[in-house]
Every structure is written in structure tokens, then in C-alpha cells.
Design a protein. Structure first.
Length: 101
């Protein structure tokens, strides 16, 4: 399960890097950051004409990894995945949604 979670996060980071591709230029700066998230170290590098813009993009990528971990974590009791795996919590939320609809 953890391996699948890591692969999904890695795929997202790659997708994010492709989507936020930078204009080609000879004077682009490399910004590199690494953080410990989801029980592993994520390393992300970005090229941009300003280090501030690249740093913001890296922080957004790390925030998205944390968001996905919060949703799909099987060891955090308040994650969506944990709620699905716990029948009582899932039924309570489903009941609330049914009542709202």
C-alpha cells in the first residue's frame, strides 16, 4: 500500500513538473529542495528565470503531496481512506450526505 502511495505521489509530481514547464532560456536558475513526507524523502528540482518563482512552484508541489497524503493515508485516522476502511465512520458520513440530499 505504501509503495502504491509513493508511486502515485511521484506521478503527481512528474505531472506537475510537466504542466508547469518553464520557458526555455539560457539564464534559468536551478532550485532544488527536499522534504521528508509520507515516510520518505521527496527531492524536487525546478528551473526558472527567478529563484522566487521556482521556490513557490516547489512549495506548491510539496503542499500537494501533503494534501494527497492526508487523503490517502492508511495510518492517519482522519484521512478519507481511513474513513472508508472504518465502516461506522463511512456509514455516518454517508447518512449525513443522504440527509442533506
Amino acid at each position: 500500500m505504501r509503495c502504491a502511495k509513493h508511486k502515485m505521489a511521484l506521478l503527481f509530481v512528474v505531472f506537475f513538473a510537466i504542466v508547469s514547464s518553464v520557458r526555455s532560456s539560457e539564464n534559468q536558475l536551478l532550485v532544488y529542495k527536499k522534504k521528508y513526507i509520507m515516510g520518505t524523502v521527496f527531492e524536487i528540482a525546478a528551473y526558472d528565470q527567478t529563484s522566487e518563482h521556482a521556490s513557490v512552484a516547489l512549495e506548491n508541489a510539496f503542499q500537494e503531496i501533503v494534501r494527497v497524503d492526508d487523503l490517502l493515508s492508511n495510518y492517519k485516522t482522519d484521512s478519507a481512506l481511513s474513513h472508508l476502511n472504518h465502516p461506522l465512520i463511512f456509514m455516518q458520513k454517508r447518512f449525513r450526505l443522504t440527509c442533506i440530499a
